[in-house]
Design a protein around this ligand. Structure first.
Ligand code: UDP
Ligand code: MG
Length: 307
């Protein structure tokens, strides 16, 4: 029986590139030995994207569209795509052509060799600035030090999983605060990487601001590591030790403690800074617990086309 490939594409205000993406993706997909579906997840776009997607779906029955009731974010869009896909292999990619469709035949080859998880690693990111590249490297260094799961630096939201892995993601990774590529790299299964050169965005502009990326980084650390929670213990031990040293010093220099207004104020500020920082970290964990506990839907589907 012919195998089927699902290509999941998240779309948020991408009217400028959608048609070009469709043309380029379709050109590659047509040459494959696998049948395919092109599954667009419209993440509450407010521009002309929904209309373009409807038009494409009308013309081409292989184009499927899932539309959210509002913007739920890229991660939610990818998981919705995986939920609605029916292929034996599933590829997640961006709509802006930064993830070149030319890589798809190679992904198919890896699937046929029996790999179940294929992460695409970018060798060069032409569009991201120096700041984004540096902070991204620092982030991966930090998360790998803090967490016992391994994160591939430079892995992107461009990856492919088999049906079996998709079922695992569908059933067992329903966290609300999520970092999909983190799960994908840590479910196990035969795993390989393909490197690719990220292109510049074909048109339109990036939807990820530095602020959003920072939020994503904090969430990822909190979700994948308990170590920050233990900071309080270390800080407490350090403060206790410092206090002890000062105590001994004061007892032995009986000439009386030197007057040190500045010292006291600096010390006080420092200690409170540490204390509040730790309270803040605990707050981050509580906020995630709270979100998970409320168990609101990860996404809400407003309508589907060709599904
Ligand atoms: N995206 C989305 N929902 C969002 C933000 C982005 O579905 O809230 C999609 C966007 O349309 C694109 C992909 O996620 O297909 C990656 O976004 P973008 O290119 O803006 O990020 P960058 O490549 O700059 O990191
Ligand atoms: Mg992009």
């Amino acid at each position: 029986m012919e195998k089927m490939l699902s290509v999941v594409v998240s779309v948020y205000n991408e009217e400028a590139v959608l048609e070009q993406f469709y043309r380029e993706a379709e050109r590659v997909l047509r040459t494959l030995s696998w049948d395919y579906e092109l599954l667009f997840v419209n993440d509450g776009s407010m521009d002309g994207s929904p209309a373009i997607l409807s038009r494409l779906a009308e013309r081409d029955s292989r184009v499927k569209v899932v539309s959210f009731s509002r913007n739920f974010g890229h991660e939610a869009a990818m998981i919705a795509g995986i939920d609605h896909s029916s292929g034996d292999g599933i590829i997640c990619m961006d709509a802006d052509l930064q993830h070149p469709p030319e890589c798809i035949p190679e992904i198919i080859r890896k699937f046929e060799e029996g790999y179940q998880v294929i992460s695409m690693v970018r060798t060069k990111n032409q569009s991201a600035g120096l700041l984004k590249n540096l902070t991204s490297a620092a982030f991966y260094r930090l998360i790998n030090a803090l967490s016992d799961v391994h994160f591939e630096p430079n892995a992107s939201d461009f990856f492919a999983v088999s049906r079996q892995v998709a079922e695992v993601l569908k059933k067992n990774y329903r966290e609300h605060i999520r970092f999909l590529r983190g799960y994908v790299q840590n479910v196990g299964f035969p795993h390989t990487t393909i490197s690719y050169e990220a292109r510049v965005r074909a048109a339109g502009h990036s939807k990820y601001s530095i602020r959003k990326l920072f939020r994503l980084s904090v969430n990822t650390i909190v979700c994948f590591s308990n170590l920050p929670l233990k900071l309080g213990i270390y800080a407490g031990l350090m403060a206790g030790l410092m206090g002890l040293i000062v105590l001994v010093y004061t007892l032995f220099t009986r000439g009386g403690a030197p007057s040190g207004y500045a010292t006291i104020v600096v010390l006080l500020c420092f200690m409170f800074a540490v204390l509040f920082l730790i309270v803040g970290i605990i707050g981050e964990y509580i906020s995630i617990l709270f979100t998970e506990l409320k168990d609101r839907p990860i996404y809400i589907v407003e309508k589907t086309e060709n599904l």
